[in-house]
Ligand binder design. Sequence first.
Ligand SMILES: [Ca+2]
Length: 614
Amino acid sequence: MRGRVAIRVITLAAAHLAMLVLAGQVWAADPPKRPNIVVIVADDMGFSDMGMFGGEIHTPNLDALAKRGVRYTDFHTSPLCSPTRAMFFSGTDNHIAGLGNMDELVAPNQKGVPGYEGDMNHNVVSFASLLRDGGYHTYMAGKWHLGHEPNLLPHARGFERDFSMLEGEASYFADMIGVNSAQPVATYTEDGKYVTELPKDFYATEAYVDKMMGYIESNRKDGKPFFAYLAHVAPHAPYHLPDDWLRKYERQYDMGWDELRKQRLAHMKDMGIMPKHAELAERLWYVPPFEVLAPFVRVLAARKMEIYAALTENMDYHTGRLIEYLKKTGEYDNTLFVFFADNGAEGNAIARLVAGKPGTKDFLMYSRQYNQTHPNAWGRPGTSTTYGPSWAQVSTVPFREHKGYLAEGGIRTPLVIAGAGVQQKAGTINHSLLHVMDLAPTILELAGLSHPATYDGHPVAPMQGKSWTPLLAGKTDAVRGPNDWLGWELLGFRAIRQGDWKLLWEWKPWGQGEWELFNVAQDPAEQYDLSSSRQDKVKQLLALWDEYVKTNNVILPNRFIYETAEKDLPKRTRVDEGWPPLVFKPPFVPPQELVKGKEGESKSNQPAFMHDGS
Ligand SMILES: [Ca+2]
């Protein structure tokens, strides 16, 4: 409050000074107006989904941003939602900011440990608070996922106006159905007040954009710059869509996941998103080849991807309404746009993960609230649909794994920056190593503000991220040198990245339960473990891991949601496109000249349904 009073005094003083200057006929150029900053986050959207990253999903508005600005192909987040968001707002590691683990997944030995509060703690200051104190209007609409208590709400963490959904997931509709039995009713807040009812025609993605435009419009004429944080819940589960969007991609995915993965990678290579030598990650061993599925199973499986694609396009459509509004009001040119996805595409079957065991409270809640299971209802109220690991591997082409894991499929996401302050050539693709915690220092620098050592009377952790302003100004191609490094830990998965090298530890059966070493420039899909031939590199990166643990007070969990996975999943076997032999064996076609009575007419011995791919 004191900060705001001080700013008002300074503004009045400046106005007074301006009058004196005018009276004396001394003209000086206006200081350049600080840019508006619009950050748009897609929830669980994959690396290769949007058009300008190689996807076939129709995303014209995001693509237009990419054409005007820069695409970054080596941008990293946490593998899960709330740790990413904590790093985004604090500019530091999730283990410092309170999300050492997801609130939903905190292990017994992590409970009560500082850094494992499960919400964004007050050991850090949100850059939104600094922008608000520094003369920006600050608006948020969408998913928060960083705390429920009054002192943890968006309103308390820097947002002057907000309309927020507090959990990791909820129904997109007015029914406010929550994500699990601990949160059977989703929690929404507006300007620090808890909302108990939504308008009957509420649809999340549309409503968030409407709210955001309303907030911007309400103060637009006062000349102050604004920070707008549009945190979509789309395309996160439970895949809800307005009826007129449901059939948009009907029968567009009949080619199946194996074929589409190849198509996307080829497209990415043509565009320069991926190098020519990039290979596709192996199909996860618990995902069947699409072509072995029975025809009706293929149609059902494809239907899930149809809905996901429509949901992603719908998110793009509403994002486009905000951009259009900024154009109409003349704010567009002085606005910096940042778009990214908060983690890799979601390959876990959420409903099964949460409510898979009959007799639990979660099972009961899902049977009551998400009881519409007929495929014709998918996308409508009362359904909970996800597309599973098969299509998630399409969304994360060419990488291995997906949300929740530390292979690139979990932590490398699309990033687009465009607009005010971006001096790089339009349409540039940049391949430098970036991290979500870089955004706070970048935005603060663009706003002409600095990060304090204390806030609200207590010390706050310094930022670990690196400002991108030299990169955006076109003065350099990378903000990290060969000695800079990044670390990750979540759910016991561990990784270190330095230059092109990545040291990775994964639980069995995803990994070996040992450290593996990959060169992600040569091998973005992390197919070739080089640890035995490059022990020197392993040792060097292990020292960095020790430093990461010490700096960030990492406590490896003693319980783990996938602890029975090795038993529950099919046994992991080597992926071999030649095995089992009958699946891949080309059918026998008799030599035409020896076919009795059918000269000149070749005929396969397969029944017709094997040919039409439907
Ligand atoms: Ca997410």
